[in-house]
Ligand binder design. Structure first.
Ligand code: KG4
Ligand code: ZN
Length: 333
C-alpha cells in the first residue's frame, strides 16, 4: 500500500510517498525554510506557517510525479498532527484533510516523535520492536522503550531545553550560521574536548536530561573571556560542548540498556546526524553487543517519508482520523 506522508511541524515542508509493506521510499521531497529563518537566527512561527502554505501543494504534485503515481494509487494520507508549531502544523493537517476528503482516502494522524523513530524502519526493513529509541532533535530529547510499532513508553526526557536547540544556541554565540548543529559538529574536530569545563546535561538519577545549566555555563564562559578582552577559541568550545552532550546521551543510553535489557537501539532526530554522537553510540552498542540502527542523514532531519512510514503502522492498527482532526502543539495526553 502506498502512503502519502505530509510534514509541516517546523521549518521543513515535506511530502513523500512510501510503499508501506516494502518500507520503501518512492519519493521524499523536502522544501527547507532554513534560508528564510536564518536572517532571524531561529524559526519565526508566523513566517513558517506562510511558507508551508506556499510550498505544500506544489511539492505534493512533485512527490506524486517522482513516485510515478496519482492520488488514485494512494491507500492513506498520513500527516504530522503533533507536536510542533501550531500554525505550521495546521497547514499540513488542513491540506491532508482536504485531500483525504475530496479523494475519499483514509486519513491518519501521526505523532512527529514516533515518525522520527520510523526512519529506522526505512533504513533497516528488517527492524522490528521491541527496541530502545533515542530521539534527539531541535524540539525533542527523549529515550523510549518501544514496545510495538505504535506503543511507546517514554523512560527518559529533557526537563527543559533540547539537545538540538542547545547546539543552535551556542552555535549562534560563536558565530555559526543558523542552525548551528551541523557546523558545530565539523568545528568540534578542530578543538580540544577537555579545554572548557562544562556541566553535564545528564541528571544524576534516572534517564532525564537538563540542558539549561549547560547552556548558561557555556554562555558565562564565553562572556567572561570576552570581558577580559579575549576571544575564546570557537573550536575548543565546539569540541567541549559536543563532548559533554554526547557523553551525557551515551551514558543515559547505557543506563537504559541496563534497565530494559533491550538488544536494539534506534537513534533518530536531527541531532542523530551528529557524527560524534553516532560514533560514541556505535562504540557503546558494539561493546554491549547491541544492534544500533541510525538512519542516513537525509532521514534524520524532518521529512515526510518517516511520517508516511509511521502512518502506515497507525493505519494497520486501525487508528484513522476524520475531518474533525485537529493539530496540537503538544502531545495530547
Ligand atoms: O529533527 P529536526 O530536523 O527538527 C526538529 O524536529 O526539531 O532537528 C533539527 C535540529 C537542529 O537543532 C539542528 O541544529 C540539529 O537538528 N542538527 C544537528 C546536526 N545536524 C542537525 N545537531 C548536531 N549535529 C549535527 N550534525
Ligand atoms: Zn523533528
Amino acid at each position: 500500500m502506498y502512503i502519502l506522508g505530509i510534514e509541516s511541524s517546523c521549518d521543513e515542508t515535506s511530502v513523500a510517498v512510501v510503499d508501506g509493506e516494502k518500507r520503501q521510499i518512492r519519493s521524499n521531497i523536502v522544501a527547507s525554510q532554513i534560508e528564510i529563518h536564518r536572517l532571524y537566527g531561529g524559526v519565526v512561527p508566523e513566517i513558517a506557517g506562510r511558507a508551508h502554505i506556499e510550498a505544500v501543494s506544489r511539492i505534493t504534485y512533485e512527490a506524486l510525479e517522482k513516485a510515478g503515481l496519482t492520488l488514485g494509487d494512494i491507500g492513506a494520507v498520513a500527516v504530522t498532527a503533533f507536536p510542533g508549531l501550531i500554525g505550521a502544523l495546521l497547514v499540513g493537517v488542513n491540506f491532508a484533510k482536504s485531500l483525504a476528503y475530496s479523494y475519499g482516502i483514509p486519513l491518519v494522524a501521526v505523532n512527529h516523535v514516533k515518525a522520527h523513530v520510523a526512519a529506522g524502519y526505512l533504513e533497516d526493513p528488517t527492524l522490528e520492536p521491541p527496541f530502545l529509541a533515542v530521539v534527539v532533535s531541535g524540539g525533542h530529547t527523549s529515550i523510549y522503550d518501544v514496545k510495538d510499532y505504535t506503543d511507546f513508553r517514554e523512560i527518559g526526557s529533557t526537563r527543559d531545553d533540547d539537545a538540538g536547540e542547545a547546539f543552535d544556541k551556542i552555535g549562534r554565540v560563536i558565530g555559526m550560521p543558523y542552525p548551528g548543529g551541523a557546523a558545530l559538529d565539523k568545528l568540534a574536530y578542530e578543538g580540544d574536548p577537555n579545554a572548557v569545563r562544562l556541566p553535564s546535561p545528564a541528571l544524576h538519577d534516572g534517564l532525564d536530561f537538563s540542558f539549561s545549566g549547560l547552556k548558561t555555563a557555556a554562555l558565562n564562559y564565553i562572556n567572561s573571556e570576552r570581558q577580559k578582552g579575549e576571544e575564546p577559541s570557537a573550536a575548543d568550545i565546539a569540541a567541549s560542548y559536543t563532548a559533554v552532550i554526547t557523553d551525557a546521551i551515551t551514558s543515559k543510553v547505557r543506563k537504559a540498556l541496563d534497565m530494559t535489557s533491550a538488544s536494539r537501539v534506534v537513534l533518530a532526530g536531527g541531532v542523530a546526524a551528529n557524527s560524534h554522537l553516532r560514533k560514541r553510540l556505535s562504540e557503546l552498542c558494539k561493546a554491549q553487543n547491541v544492534t544500533l540502527t541510525v538512519p542516513p542523514i537525509s532521514l534524520c532531519g524532518d521529512n515526510a517519508a518517516m511520517v508516511a512510514c509511521a502512518g502506515y503502522f497507525e493505519y494497520l492498527k486501525g487508528n484513522l482520523s476524520g475531518t474533525g482532526l485537529n493539530a496540537s502543539a503538544t502531545e495530547p495526553q
